[in-house]
Design a protein around this ligand. Structure first.
Ligand code: P71
Length: 462
């Protein structure tokens, strides 16, 4: 909301503590890449200057959160901080039943085990790696029902996270509603480029699912970012607060899980929530098997306190605006030199379209993997492959899943980097863009069975 000449936003905080970063030489980076098998996940943090691998657990906590760490009640059972967390979740999101977990995938594990039977089908608005894996391990099959626009990087549709209700209806008709334990819905769809779902779509989905008695479970890892996009771009929401929109999104769902390492501004934490008392009872029982007692779920008391405080900060209007606008700033800057990126710019990251960037490479030469490595080599900036390596192999055929989106994700931690860091990142990407024709592919020389992208190793083609 500009007033007169004031259009710029500034970070809504002052810097109280700094963490120096190392600047490396190109030779050092080349050695580091060889040692890391050309996989940015295998680089050491000390070899990285600007770390845009992920926004997960990498955000800066506020002074209030750090103060919260000092009031950790580390009792084994019934920690005071658990009750603060439970209350924060009930206040902000409106779910009555809360089960803490050490991070998001632990909550995915538990909900998948409870709701999925062998042979079930789980439709969702695009897969996420850990989410789908837990659904598969529980015996289910994930089916993508996101709108087609989500698979088209250049398409400017503002709500590429929307569910295509016709696609969903076809899945329901084919398999029967009784085979569908829940809809796996995500706010700001990570693999689509951090793209939001609209409330209009969610309301229609809720109505459809209510008719079929299929619950909606929400991955609300980045829900505040999604709510900001709704406020900015969806008709009728300009004068709703982000907090109100967050609450409204949740009201259309039966339950949710969250990796609190993103929106909720903590270094570790997650949880499962539901309105279904039966599911809650089972979750609270399973959590003691895999995580810890139901009042700490694998977390320290102090972690739960930081999470309760961070969650409230996540819906602060100045915070969320600066967060999403910083990402947009980087995206527009990178694209201003013609570099192909996923449009519109997402909530947590800028996604480079590696298929177009390196259009002389075949997808099986891992263009996004190579591009991420080249960006590191160029400027010490670490990013992440989100393409054919991340997609893994089809469990039935054993073939690589040749996904449409072959992307490199430059993910911005919250409250960590400044505008000048963003400028350096853009300039680094431009340098690689200028020499793109000389860039060759990679060969995979080591491939782990699960979530291969984390530990796979590559060698550059000559
Ligand atoms: C991200 C991560 C962390 C990650 C996970 C897998 C591969 C690479 C990086 C984690 C998410 C997420 C969504 C939407 C659930 C999880 C798992 N994202 N849902 O984007 O984005 O949560 O990491 O706390 O276990 O870098 P967890």
């Amino acid at each position: 909301m500009s007033e007169g000449r004031r259009r710029s936003w500034a970070e809504p905080y002052k810097i109280k503590v700094v963490e120096p970063v190392r600047v490396t030489t190109r030779e050092e980076r080349r050695t580091a890449l060889d040692e890391a098998g050309w996989n940015t996940f295998l680089l050491k943090s000390r070899e990285v200057t600007i770390d845009l691998l992920t926004d997960s657990g990498t955000s800066a906590m506020s002074d209030k959160q750090w103060a919260g760490m000092m009031v950790g009640d580390e009792a084994y059972a019934g920690s005071e901080n658990f009750y603060h967390l439970e209350k924060a979740i009930q206040d902000i999101y409106g779910y009555p039943f809360v089960v803490p977990t050490h991070q998001g995938r632990a909550a995915e594990h538990i909900i998948s085990r409870i709701l999925i039977k062998a042979g079930d089908i789980i439709p969702g608005n695009m897969y996420f790696t850990t989410t789908r894996l837990h659904q598969e391990l529980a015996g289910g099959t994930f089916v993508d029902v996101i709108v087609d626009e989500a698979h088209e990087p250049a398409n400017e549709y503002p709500f590429k996270g929307d569910v295509d209700l016709e696609k969903l209806d076809r899945v329901v008709s084919e398999h029967g509603a009784e085979k569908i334990p829940y809809i796996s819905l995500a706010t700001t769809v990570n693999m689509a480029g951090g793209q939001p779902v609209s409330l209009k779509n969610l309301k229609a989905l809720h109505e459809y699912c209510a008719g079929k008695k299929i619950p909606i479970y929400l991955d609300k890892t980045r829900i505040a970012e999604n709510a900001y996009f709704i406020q900015q771009n969806e008709e009728g929401y300009a004068d709703h607060s982000v907090a109100e929109i967050v609450r409204e999104i949740c009201s259309h769902t039966e339950g949710a899980w969250m990796s609190a390492k993103k929106d909720a501004l903590v270094n570790i934490g997650g949880y499962l929530v539901t309105r279904d008392e039966e599911v809650f009872e089972q979750a609270r029982n399973l959590v003691v098997v895999y995580e810890g007692l139901h009042t700490y779920g694998g977390l320290a008391g102090r972690d739960m306190e930081a999470m309760a405080i961070g969650m409230r900060e996540s819906v602060d209007p100045d915070h969320i605006r600066a967060r999403v606008e910083q990402v947009r700033y980087l995206g527009h800057k990178i694209a201003s030199e013609g570099v192909p990126i996923v449009r519109p710019v997402g909530g947590h990251a800028v996604f480079l379209d590696a298929r177009t960037f390196l259009d002389h490479l075949d997808q099986e030469e891992f263009p996004a993997q190579r591009l991420a490595a080249e960006i590191y080599l160029e400027g010490g900036v670490r990013s992440m492959e989100r393409g054919i390596v991340s997609a893994g192999r089809d469990p039935e055929t054993g073939e690589n899943r040749r996904v449409k989106l072959e992307l490199v994700r430059l993910t911005i931690p919250r409250r960590v980097y400044t505008q000048s860091h963003m400028d350096v990142v853009a300039e680094t990407v431009w340098e690689v863009w200028d020499r793109r024709r000389e860039i060759k592919g990679l060969e995979m020389v080591h491939e782990p069975k699960y979530l291969r992208f984390f530990q796979a190793r590559f060698e550059p083609k000559a």
